[in-house]
Design a protein around this ligand. Structure first.
Ligand code: ATP
Ligand code: ZN
Ligand code: ZN
Length: 606
């Protein structure tokens, strides 16, 4: 059953957070007279305020500011409200308050938004220009459920031409228990941050010499990619997909047909302009672009053969590399990059096949996520908005097809008994879509994958199949990428598993640890046996102590260590130590090899 999406605003908590911003500004101005104020809003996990301070402060001062805030809360100061006409308001802001940034904003409210009056709130001698709402008295703020946690630089109004201010952030919740739980989650998230673990576990690197947002996959990361592609290959092969391969670049015309140019052009790397002799003299028709999406290439594969209705659904799949010129400020580790490889496929269907195929794709998503043990996600159905005054430029203008495709997608979800939210007005340009929204440990939500229905682009490419009645018809296209890009998906998996991957996915699956050099030969034999079975195995030949070797295995989060010494060699056994499990277990080498093969084949999480 769908739930219409709304952002529930915890009104009381919002007031607490907002009031805390005032109290923090009041505390900072008491401790550092002459401090000038910027903005101080409530945010998702608390509040912040921007300041110009008379002297720099560091993390060390946060405790003192917090202490002063608790004094203010304990003083039980009431908030009072007052509206002043613009002139009187400006006189107060520039005179008694002495706040140049607030004055600038008040003038803007008057000039651009037509405010005739400016609203003020006061508590205990501190006055702020603000529209509320607040708690009625500072004693309504739970004094043990907030915490100042960090400082950052922020330009006044986010504009780098403006003054640089100091932003102080605080967390705030209704109860101390909620605060503690949140702080613990943030701490856990920091430990699991894929940028930290990605470096420690040597998964990827980003180098200046190559460029921002263009990650290099080190052997460990490449092993994970390989496993994911293998998984995709097996699942898709069984579901009737056909693998294709397409180039990374293409002539401009293809993206004009698809509509990426001009609509998406500023999200693309600029073109390579050259003529057939390779000289940089060509016209626009001879310029080549790096592809930001695989769709047009896949449509050209479809167009390269004749199709009958009997061939459909036709499912083309490719782990396709694409390049997008994401803004430098938006780049983040592996979650937002400029060079990425996508778990892409395009499925061409007749209208009669659409619903069933859409369902099959949704089920494929669920199978992947279940396999990785991912449960913290929900689906969001994005529809068009026929009432939107800008609908002409936001959506393909084809009400009949919108109605049909939205009905089919909704029925597909309902019949599956899916729990999903509906977002009116969030559809893609060319059709409705279902996003898979994941939630991280700190409650941050992001899109991992999108399943889109497209009735508009196939006709632009003149795609056609011959139907039962002998007539040429245009197929619908489903765009899907359940595992998103390797970059975003693996970043998420690193954090989800805290770097301790299940055996099938782990970059190094087994390390053989001989108790001394005497048993290197037996260790080598095991290594060779496992490697023959395609297990990613290493032999620890270092001269470190046993304790050190085992410690090293744990630091690298290796799923299985095999300890071998005299007893093991004599009996042709191994002693198995699993990551995070205290007990070790001896077993015949042959049984271990078989057990491991089974565990990997079934992609079991032990
Ligand atoms: P976003 O809104 O996050 O920019 P999008 O809607 O442009 O993504 P699609 O074109 O639908 O994304 O791409 C499919 C998937 O590719 C996304 O769901 C996401 O998992 C992944 N993806 C998109 N952009 C990036 C990026 N810059 N870096 C890493 N992965 C990305
Ligand atoms: Zn306020
Ligand atoms: Zn596509």
């Amino acid at each position: 059953m769908p739930v219409i999406e709304e952002k529930p605003q915890d009104e009381k908590l919002f007031r607490i957070r907002h009031s805390l911003a005032h109290v923090m500004a009041q505390a900072v101005q008491t401790l550092y007279p002459g401090t000038k104020l910027g903005f101080g809003p409530a945010i998702d996990d608390g509040f912040y305020y921007d300041f110009i301070l008379p002297k720099p402060v560091s993390d060390a001062e946060l405790a003192a500011i917090e202490g002063k805030m608790r004094e203010i809360i304990a003083a039980a100061q009431s908030f009072s409200h007052e509206d002043l006409p613009l002139d009187a308001a400006l006189a107060r802001i520039e005179g008694q308050m002495g706040e140049p940034f607030k004055a600038e904003y008040a003038r803007e409210l008057a000039a651009k938004k037509g405010h005739k009056e400016i609203s003020f709130y006061a508590n205990g001698g501190f006055v702020d220009m603000c529209e509320g709402p607040h708690v009625s008295n500072t004693k309504d703020i739970p004094a043990d459920a907030f915490k100042l946690h960090s400082l950052a630089g922020a330009y006044w109004r986010g504009d780098e031409r403006n003054a640089m201010m100091t932003r102080i952030y605080g967390y705030a919740f209704n109860t101390k228990a909620e605060l503690d739980e949140y702080v613990a989650a943030v701490e856990q998230a920091k430990q699991r941050d894929h940028r930290k673990l990605g470096q420690e576990l040597r998964i990827y690197a980003i180098r200046d010499e190559i460029g921002k947002g263009l990650p290099l996959w080190l052997p460990n990361g490449a092993a994970i990619r390989h496993e994911i592609e293998k998984l995709a290959h097996e699942m898709e092969f069984r579901a009737g997909y056909k693998k294709i391969a397409t180039p990374h670049i293409t002539k401009r015309g293809l993206f004009e047909t698809s509509g990426h140019i001009p609509l998406y052009e500023d999200g693309m790397y600029p073109p390579m302009v050259l003529d057939e002799e390779g000289r940089g003299a060509g016209g626009p028709e001879e310029s080549y672009y790096l592809k930001p999406m695989n769709c047009p290439h896949h449509h050209m594969v479809f167009a390269s053969e004749k199709h009958s209705y009997r061939d459909l659904p036709l499912r083309y799949t490719e782990y396709g590399s694409v390049y997008r010129f994401e803004r430098a400020g938006a780049l983040q580790g592996l979650t937002r990059v400029r060079g990425m490889t996508m778990n892409d496929a395009h499925i061409y269907v007749t209208p009669e096949q659409l619903k069933e195929e859409f369902q099959a794709v949704m089920k494929l998503h669920e199978r992947y996520y279940a396999l990785f043990g991912l449960t913290n996600y929900f689906m969001r159905l994005s529809l068009w908005d026929p009432a939107d005054p800008k609908r002409g430029s936001k959506y393909v203008d084809d009400p009949e097809n919108w109605a049909l495709s939205e009905r089919l997608v909704t029925e597909a979800l309902e019949e599956m008994g899916a729990n999903y939210k509906v977002s009116p007005g969030e559809a893609a340009f060319y059709g409705p879509k279902v996003d898979f929204q994941f939630v991280t440990v700190t409650g941050r939500e992001f899109t991992l994958s999108t399943n889109q229905l497209d009735f508009a682009v196939p006709p632009r490419f003149g795609l056609a199949y011959t139907d039962k009645d002998g007539k040429e018809k245009t197929p619908y296209c489903i765009h899907r990428a359940p595992m998103g890009t390797h970059e975003r998906f693996i970043a998420f998996l690193i954090e989800h598993f805290g770097g301790a991957f299940p055996t099938w996915l782990a970059p190094v699956q087994v390390v053989v640890v001989p108790v001394s050099d005497k048993f290197l030969a037996y260790g080598k034999k095991i290594e060779a046996l496992l490697r023959e079975d395609l297990v990613r195995v290493e032999l620890d030949t270092s001269s470190a102590t046993m304790g050190k070797k085992i410690q090293e295995g744990a630091t690298r989060k290796i799923p299985i260590l095999l300890v071998v010494g005299g007893k093991e060699e004599a009996e042709q056994t191994v002693t198995v130590r699993r990551y995070g499990i205290k007990e070790q277990k001896a077993m015949p080498l042959a049984s271990f090899v078989e057990m491991l093969a089974q565990e990997i084949k079934e992609r079991r999480h032990v």
